[in-house]
Design a protein around this ligand. Structure first.
Ligand SMILES: C[S@@+](CC[C@H](N)C(=O)[O-])C[C@H]1O[C@@H](n2cnc3c(N)ncnc32)[C@H](O)[C@@H]1O
Length: 380
């Protein structure tokens, strides 16, 4: 029987995550706030963890029950541990085997119980008490490095228990060995590139490249490199029934750099940022395609186009200082990048409007704690 799976993402990225899942051939996708639910198998768990660029995590829905009171929360967790439930071949008795340490993270919204720690504690109590009844002993809790990562979402008094199969969030690709000021998350950078619909032809130029995330993700999309290829650890490797042979064979997919004429060009006024970008692109195996320089992005002369212009100007706390950068960016785009496609990841407070060019699309997203917009332009 297939599993109900949930891939989570930053708010605003749902459409890109759903498209990625459909491209992987996954079915019954349904869009939720910050997540896409879909059906699949344990093989799909491996595949999605390996391949999804815009997701934070891949979770398996284990059960849902009434969570309107502490007693109900506890009782539901206990019933699950003592049940004969099977998730695509993995039995409750294996998953809740007391020799496996576990950790629980909880969220709560629009429910009688609001304290997330209390929610986690009650579900934990339900699990360990049922383990004592079923196995004669309880599992230990390990918050740092558990065998089983559980999540409980309490929403409208309904508790849903999920198994986190990713562990470290999927935006931690493993190439960011150095950072500069205000780096964009890797999964948001990937969504920007996917949103641009860029065909992979021509150079990619980032005239304010910071630590080089947009360049790295542009290359990964264009060359079909697996986003998981540099990661070392995954939570699913410690699950019962983990198919190591299938995993090893999957890990051959999307790891080799094809012969390519792709050029990645990064400019930043900060030498520290250029050093960070250089270290990161080297770690990502992209050094051979990259040229990076310290300089003023408004003066830099790009190669002949067409290509893709990507830019994430500084925004946020230092908004006032940066107000005049938008019309300058608009002028730069018109004067030096005619014929190019451009994507701008801009602050969310309407400042992107001052670019003075009409975007072909404006997509509201969250960049960590900040509101942001992906703005797309076809420059003539
Ligand atoms: C928000 S950060 C970019 C972060 C980048 N997307 C990343 O993921 O690391 C903005 C960058 O623009 C650079 N910058 C600001 N004005 C610039 C200019 N005129 N020329 C070149 N770089 C500039 C800053 O040094 C900073 O690294």
């Amino acid at each position: 029987m297939s599993l109900r799976l949930v891939a989570t993402c930053a708010l605003g990225l749902e459409e890109f995550l759903e498209a990625e899942l459909k491209n992987l051939g996954l079915s019954n996708c349904s869009r939720e706030r910050g997540a896409i639910a879909f059906s699949g198998t344990w093989d799909d768990v491996l595949r999605t963890n390996w391949r999804l660029r815009t997701a934070n995590r891949v979770l398996v829905e284990l059960a849902a029950w009434d969570g309107s009171s502490a007693e109900a929360l506890e009782a539901g967790a206990g019933r699950l541990v003592e049940s004969s439930r099977v998730w695509d071949g993995v039995r409750a008795a294996e998953l809740f085997d007391p020799r496996r340490s576990f950790a629980i993270r909880a969220t709560a919204a629009r429910s009688h119980i609001r304290d997330t720690r209390w929610v986690g504690l009650k579900v934990k109590d339900g699990i360990v008490d049922a383990q004592r009844r079923r196995f004669g002993r309880r599992a230990s809790i390990d918050r740092q490095n558990p065998d089983t990562h559980l999540r409980v979402w309490l929403s409208r008094d309904q508790a849903t228990l999920l198994l986190d199969t990713s562990g470290d969030p999927l935006d931690r690709r493993g190439y960011r060995v150095a950072t500069s000021e205000a780096p964009v998350r890797e999964n948001l950078a990937a969504a920007c590139i996917l949103a641009s619909g860029w065909n992979g032809q021509g150079a990619v130029v980032d005239p304010m490249c910071g630590s080089g995330t947009l360049l790295a993700e542009a290359a990964a999309v264009a060359l079909d490199l697996a986003p998981g290829r540099l990661r070392k650890r995954w939570a699913f490797e410690r699950l019962p029934g983990f198919d190591r042979a299938a995993w090893e064979s999957l890990r051959q997919d999307g790891i080799r750099l094809p012969e390519t004429g792709l050029r990645l060009i990064g400019v930043d006024q900060s030498p520290v940022a250029v050093e960070a970008a250089s270290a990161n692109l080297r770690k990502a195996g992209l050094a051979g395609l990259s040229s990076l320089e310290v300089g003023d992005g408004y003066i830099f002369q790009p190669p002949a186009g067409p290509g893709l212009l990507v830019v994430n100007p500084a925004y946020g706390e230092r908004l006032e200082e940066n107000r005049d950068q938008w019309p300058r960016l608009g002028d730069l785009m018109k004067q030096r990048y005619a014929g190019w496609r451009a994507l701008v990841l801009a602050g969310g407070e309407g400042l992107g409007k001052h670019i003075g060019l009409r975007p072909s699309r404006r997509i509201p997203v969250r960049n960590g704690p900040l509101d942001a917009r992906i703005l797309l332009f076809d420059l003539y």
